[in-house]
Design a protein around this ligand. Structure first.
Ligand code: SF4
Ligand code: SF4
Length: 87
């Protein structure tokens, strides 16, 4: 097990997303990835993994204003399974 720290989080207006994927490379810690599922208008949308810093880059880049960004007063720690491959 390893720990990942989140210093913020985002709320994503999933059904407004047009699936352009601009937010994915814009996220410095790379904690956004596109969904397998589709939203109400037929597009994949970003999903958040632990490790958000609350930096707001996703909010700035999204043309459809899908993100609300929040900073935590204290960092939140998440336990994660290690995914290292066996030799
Ligand atoms: S606020 Fe920053 S760290 Fe968090 S999801 Fe958006 S771009 Fe990534
Ligand atoms: S930048 Fe906005 S519209 Fe584009 S995929 Fe991300 S959330 Fe959806």
């Amino acid at each position: 097990m390893s720990q990942v720290e989140s210093r913020g989080t985002v709320v994503i207006a999933v059904d407004r997303c047009k699936g352009c994927e601009l937010c994915i490379p814009a996220c410095p810690p790379a904690v956004l990835s596109m969904s397998v599922d589709q939203n109400a208008i037929g597009f994949a949308y970003p999903e958040l993994a632990p490790g958000c810093t609350g930096c707001g880059a996703c909010l700035l880049v999204c043309p459809d204003f899908c993100f609300a960004v929040y900073g935590y007063d204290e960092p939140v720690l998440h336990e994660e399974e290690d995914t290292a491959c066996a030799p």
